[in-house]
Write a protein that binds this ligand. Structure first.
Ligand SMILES: Cc1cc2nc3c(=O)[nH]c(=O)nc-3n(C[C@H](O)[C@H](O)[C@H](O)COP(=O)(O)OP(=O)(O)OC[C@H]3O[C@@H](n4cnc5c(N)ncnc54)[C@H](O)[C@@H]3O)c2cc1C
Length: 451
C-alpha cells in the first residue's frame, strides 16, 4: 500500500511501475550529509516525469521532487544569460521570458520538462542540425554530490561536466544552471510544409534543404507500404520576424500564453490504439496536411508542442502503456530507416507518432544521445506478443550501422547492446564512481542496465 510519502511511479510511457519514497528538500540543504544519510536505499532526482521510462524512479529507494526549485536567480537581458534553479520548467521560462524577446535555445516535443531533466537527458529539438542539444547552451551548472556541491563548466571541470550533460542524473543532483536564451522578435513561426509520397522524397528534401531552416521535423506514416512506404509530412521553419506578421499577431508578437484544452481521463481500455486505429489516424493526418504550403505563420506552441494541448495524453494507450523506441544512425546508413519502417509495416506494428529528424554533430557528453545522422522515434503500444523480438531486431540493425538508442526513452535494451552503442560508457562509470563511490545515486534504469 502506498503511504503518504510512497508513490508508485512510472515514466510517460506508463510501463515498469516502481514504488519510491518522495522527499521534498529545500535547495539549500546540506547535500553531502543528506545524500549519505540515504545511502542504504539510494536516491534519484525527478523532474516532471516526462522521460518515457524508469529513469526518474527508484524502486524501494527515495526520489527527490525537484519541481519546487523554480526560482529565477538572475537574468541579463543584454546577453540573454539566465541563471535558474533546476526544477523550473521550459514552460515557465517561455512564459516568463517571451515578453522580453527570449526563447529557450532548444525545446523537446513537450515544454513540460525541467531544466534538470533537460540537462540530465541532454534533450534535443527540431534544431539539432543547427544548434546542437540543450547542454550546448548550458554555460555552467551546480551539482550536489556525496562529495560536495560543485560548480561545473566545460573549462574548469570538463570530465564531470561531460558526464553530467546527458548522464541521466547519475553523477548527482543538479541544483541550478546558467543557460543562454535565444533572442526572438516574435513567438510566431514562419513555416513551410511539404507532404511527400514516400521515404526517398522526404529524405531527399531534408538532405538538400534542411540547412536553410533552423527547425525541421518529419512525421512519418509508419503503416504505409509498397511505393508509399515512409510517406511523410515535413514541417520546417524559423522564428518569424516582426515584418512577417500581420493583424492580431503583430499587436501581441511576444505573447506566450498557451492553454491546455482538456485532460485525458484514465478510462481508455488496453488495445484501443492498434494497427487499425493507427492506420486510420495516419491516413487522416496525412490527408489533412497541405501538399505544399510556404511561409504559413503558426504560434510557437502549436509548432513545437502540439501534444501539450491535451494533458495526460499518454492515457489513451490504456493501462499497459507504450514504449518509445528512438534511435540514431550515422549518415550513409539511410537503409536502416527504410528497413525499420519495412519491419513495422510487415509486422503490422503501427507507431502512433513516428518522427524523423537529422542530427548535427555530437557534443562531448559521454553518454549523450545525439550523434550526426538520422534519428527516428517510434511510439509502440505494449501488448502485441512480437514486440520484444521486434525491438531486438531493431537493436541489431542500429548496432550494425554504428548507431544508438536514446536512454530517456528506452525500457528494455540489454547492457551488452548498450556498451556497444555507447563506447564511452566505461569512462562515464569511472567518473560517477569518483564522485559517488558507494553509488548512492541510482535509478531503476541504472539498476536494470547495471550502469
Ligand atoms: C511528449 C514528449 C515529447 C518529447 N520529445 C522529446 C524530444 O523531442 N527530444 C528529447 O530529447 N526528448 C523528448 N522527450 C523526453 C523529455 O524531453 C526528457 O525525458 C526530459 O528529460 C524530461 O524532463 P523531466 O523534467 O520530466 O525529467 P524526468 O523525466 O523527471 O527525469 C529524466 C531524467 O533526468 C534526471 N533528472 C531530472 N531532474 C534532475 C536533477 N535536478 N538533477 C539530476 N538529474 C535530474 C532524472 O533522474 C532522470 O534520469 C519528450 C517527452 C515527451 C513526454
Amino acid at each position: 500500500m502506498a503511504t503518504e510519502n510512497n508513490k508508485i511511479l512510472t515514466g510517460w510511457g506508463r510501463t515498469n511501475p516502481g514504488m519510491s519514497s518522495k522527499l521534498e528538500l529545500p535547495i539549500s540543504s546540506d547535500w553531502p550529509a543528506m545524500l549519505k544519510a540515504l545511502s542504504s536505499s539510494g536516491v534519484v532526482a525527478r523532474g516532471l516525469g516526462r522521460s518515457y521510462n524508469d529513469a526518474a524512479q527508484l524502486s524501494g529507494g527515495t526520489f527527490i521532487d525537484t519541481t519546487t526549485w523554480n526560482q529565477v536567480q538572475h537574468f541579463d537581458p543584454s546577453s540573454g544569460i539566465l541563471q535558474v534553479e533546476a526544477g523550473a520548467s521550459l514552460d515557465q521560462i517561455m512564459r516568463e521570458f517571451a515578453d522580453l524577446g527570449f526563447f529557450v535555445p532548444v525545446t523537446p516535443g513537450t515544454r513540460h520538462v525541467t531544466i534538470g531533466g533537460a540537462i540530465a537527458c541532454d534533450v534535443h529539438g527540431k534544431n539539432h542540425h543547427k544548434d546542437g542539444s540543450f547542454t550546448d547552451h548550458v554555460l555552467s551548472l551546480d551539482l550536489a554530490t556525496p562529495s560536495g556541491i560543485l560548480t561545473l563548466t566545460r573549462e574548469e571541470n570538463p570530465q564531470l561536466f561531460n558526464a553530467t550533460c546527458g548522464g541521466m542524473g547519475l553523477t548527482g543532483v543538479i541544483l541550478g544552471a546558467t543557460i543562454r536564451l535565444l533572442r526572438i522578435e516574435s513567438v510566431f513561426m514562419k513555416v513551410d510544409t511539404h507532404r511527400t509520397n514516400n521515404l526517398d522524397e522526404v529524405m531527399d528534401l531534408m538532405e538538400t534543404e534542411d540547412d536553410d531552416y533552423r527547425y525541421s521535423v518529419a512525421w512519418v506514416d509508419s503503416l504505409a507500404r509498397g511505393s508509399s512506404l515512409g510517406r511523410a509530412v515535413l514541417t520546417r521553419g524559423d522564428h518569424a520576424l516582426l515584418s512577417d506578421l500581420t493583424g492580431a499577431q503583430r499587436k501581441a508578437p511576444l505573447e506566450f500564453k498557451p492553454k491546455t484544452l482538456f485532460s485525458a481521463p484514465d478510462i481508455f481500455p488496453p488495445g484501443l490504439l492498434n494497427s487499425l486505429t493507427i492506420k486510420a489516424f495516419n491516413e487522416l493526418w496525412y490527408q489533412k496536411a497541405p501538399k505544399k504550403e510556404i511561409g504559413a505563420i503558426h504560434h510557437a506552441a502549436s509548432f513545437f508542442h502540439p501534444l501539450d494541448v491535451v494533458d495526460n495524453w499518454n492515457r489513451i494507450y490504456g493501462p499497459r502503456g507504450f514504449v518509445q523506441y528512438q534511435f540514431v544512425v550515422p549518415f550513409g546508413h539511410e537503409n536502416v530507416i527504410r528497413s525499420s519502417l519495412e519491419l513495422l509495416a510487415k509486422n503490422r506494428s503501427g507507431s502512433f507518432l513516428t518522427v524523423l529528424k537529422r542530427f548535427g554533430k555530437a557534443n562531448n557528453g559521454l553518454i549523450s544521445f545525439p550523434m550526426e545522422g538520422w534519428t527516428l522515434a517510434l511510439d509502440l503500444p505494449v501488448g502485441p506478443a512480437n514486440l520484444a523480438s521486434l525491438f531486438d531486431q531493431l537493436d541489431e540493425m542500429v548496432i550494425s550501422a554504428g548507431g544508438r538508442i536514446y536512454l530517456a526513452k528506452d525500457a528494455r535494451v540489454s547492457k551488452s547492446h548498450l556498451k556497444i552503442m555507447y563506447p564511452h560508457l566505461e569512462e562515464f562509470e569511472q567518473i560517477v564512481t569518483s564522485v559517488d563511490p558507494t553509488r548512492i545515486l541510482q535509478s531503476d534504469l541504472s539498476r536494470r542496465l547495471g550502469i
